[in-house]
Design a binder for this molecule. Structure first.
Ligand code: 13P
Ligand code: SF4
Length: 298
C-alpha cells in the first residue's frame, strides 16, 4: 500500500502533510510531519498541485485558505475538531458586538468562517508572539480559554476569553500528573498549552507538539512525561531513540486524529475526492488573518 500511495502521489503531483498526532503508518509515508504552524507554512510554500492533509478539517481548510489554486484533500471528511466546533461566525459576531472594538486573535483550531471575522490567527507555537505584536491593550481570544489563559501569563494585555477548550487536553487532571510523577520521579513534565492553567502551573516546559520533539532532543533529561495527545509519543521516540517517554494519561486520545486510515489516503488519491474547499467570499477575509500570523512568525 505504501508503494502504491507513493506512486499515486507522484502521478497527482501531490504532497502528503501529516500532523504529529496521526497514526504511525501515516506519519511514515508523509512528506512532512509537524505541528499546526509548520504544516501551514508548508501548505503555503509547496509547489505541489494537490495537498493531501492527514489531520483534521480545520487544518485542510487552512491549507485551502492559503493555496486556493491547489486541490486540498482530507482523506476522511469526518475528521473534525470538537474545540473548533465551539465557535461559529454567528456566536463570534454577537461577542464582538458586545465588546468595545479590539483585535480578535483566533486559534487555527477554528472554522474558516470564524477566521474570516478575525484580525489574526495563532497556533500554540506562536500565540505569545502574535498577542504581543498588537499595540492595543485588550484582545479577544477564541476559541481556546486555556491557550488564552496561558498567553495571559506572558503579556500585560487584557485578554477576553472564549469558553472553548480541547476535551482531550482539558481533561488531564492534577491526579494524573501526581501519579505519573510518583512512578517516574526523574522525568521532565512537558505540557501543551491547551491543558488547563492548574496543569500548566506544574509543567516544566509548555510548548507545541513540535516544540516537545525539539525540547526532548536538546534537554539533558533522559525521560519525559508527555501532557498532550498520545499520538505524539511515536514521533518523540523516532526523533529521540535514546530517551524514554511516558504518557501523562492513557485517556489523552483524540478520536478525530485517528480517523484517517492508510486505505483512505489511497482512495482519495485514486479518486481525487474528499476535497476541502473554502468558498472564495470567506477565504478572502480569512486569508488576511492567517497571513498576518505567518508574517508575525517570520
Ligand atoms: P500543535 O501541533 O500546533 O501544537 O496543535 C495541537 C493540536 O491540538 C492540533 O489539533
Ligand atoms: Fe481538536 Fe483537541 Fe483533537 Fe487537537 S487534540 S484536533 S484540539 S480535539
Amino acid at each position: 500500500m505504501k508503494t502504491k500511495i507513493k506512486k499515486l502521489l507522484k502521478k497527482r503531483k501531490a504532497i502528503l502533510l501529516a500532523h504529529n498526532y496521526q497514526p504511525a503508518e501515516i506519519q511514515d509515508i508523509a512528506d512532512l510531519c509537524g505541528d499546526s504552524l509548520e504544516l501551514s507554512i508548508k501548505a503555503a510554500a509547496t509547489d505541489a498541485s494537490t495537498i493531501v492533509f492527514c489531520g483534521v478539517h480545520f487544518m485542510a481548510e487552512t491549507a485551502s485558505i492559503l493555496s486556493p489554486e491547489k486541490t486540498v484533500l482530507l482523506p476522511n471528511l469526518d475528521a473534525g475538531c470538537p474545540m473548533a466546533d465551539m465557535v461559529t461566525a454567528k456566536t463570534l459576531k454577537s461577542k464582538i458586538e458586545s465588546l468595545p472594538p479590539m483585535p480578535v486573535v483566533t486559534y487555527v483550531n477554528s472554522p474558516a468562517e470564524v477566521k474570516a471575522l478575525s484580525t489574526a490567527c495563532c497556533t500554540s507555537a506562536n500565540v505569545v508572539k502574535v498577542v504581543n505584536s498588537f499595540t492595543e491593550k485588550e484582545i479577544l481570544m477564541v476559541p481556546d480559554k486555556n491557550l488564552a489563559q496561558y498567553a495571559a501569563t506572558k503579556t500585560d494585555k487584557k485578554l477576553h476569553l472564549w469558553e472553548g477548550y480541547c476535551p482531550i487536553h482539558n481533561n488531564l487532571s492534577i491526579e494524573d500528573i501526581k501519579s505519573a510523577k510518583k512512578k517516574h520521579p526523574d522525568a521532565l513534565f512537558m505540557a501543551h498549552p491547551e491543558c488547563s492553567p492548574e496543569i500548566l502551573e506544574i509543567a516544566d516546559v509548555i510548548v507545541s507538539t513540535s516544540g516537545m520533539i525539539r525540547h526532548a532532543g536538546q534537554s539533558k533529561s533522559k525521560s519525559f512525561i508527555i501532557g498532550t495527545e498520545n499520538g505524539l509519543i511515536y514521533p518523540l521516540k523516532k526523533a529521540n531513540p535514546d530517551k524514554i517517554f511516558y504518557s501523562a494519561s492513557e485517556t489523552m486520545e483524540c478520536a478525530d486524529m485517528k480517523k484517517i486510515s492508510i486505505d483512505d489516503v489511497f482512495n482519495c488519491l485514486e479518486n481525487m475526492d474528499c476535497e476541502v474547499k473554502v468558498p472564495e467570499d470567506i477565504r478572502i477575509n480569512a486569508v488576511k488573518a492567517v497571513k498576518r500570523m505567518l508574517d508575525f512568525t517570520k
